[in-house]
Write a protein that binds this ligand. Sequence first.
Ligand SMILES: [Zn+2]
Length: 180
Amino acid sequence: MSPREPSLPTVKRLFALSQNRCAFVNCDVPLVEDSGTVTGIICHIRARSTGGPRYDPKQTADQRHSFENLILLCNRHSKVVDSEPRKYSAELLQEMKEMHERNRLLELSASDACKAELLLKDYRKIYIRAGGHVMVNSPGGIQAKKVVVKTVKGTVKVLPPDGSIASDLERRNYTKHLID
Ligand SMILES: [Zn+2]
């Protein structure tokens, strides 16, 4: 089966070589704080899906989620490079990655391994892979006529919007009682 996300060993290797620093030129921001707060992102040099920045249709899923196609950036720089894909071409990002990883030792302490895992967990949250809730029609939520939810879980549960009668069990039962 083709991979849907970077593997943990790949993220560990990336993290070890990054030494917990954003790969953007002259950025020294950590990716994961000692407290465990994740402030960095696993980024795809050539986008993970159609229409994304620097997307290359010729890439296979394996190549897309491979070590070579991934770069670790801080939150700010991940947004900067994705909002200007012409300026930040795949070649330029590849160069940044190579410069960042050059002459680094591939060493991973137990706490580094733990941080690498946190990075991957956070990545899954971003792409709603962990079975998280997608809030539709709620403040700050997704507003669209049609929402396509792709998930590795077998089923997708649609919960009533917050504040509606259906979301309140007591009121729902009372309404049902009135209707009956
Ligand atoms: Zn940065």
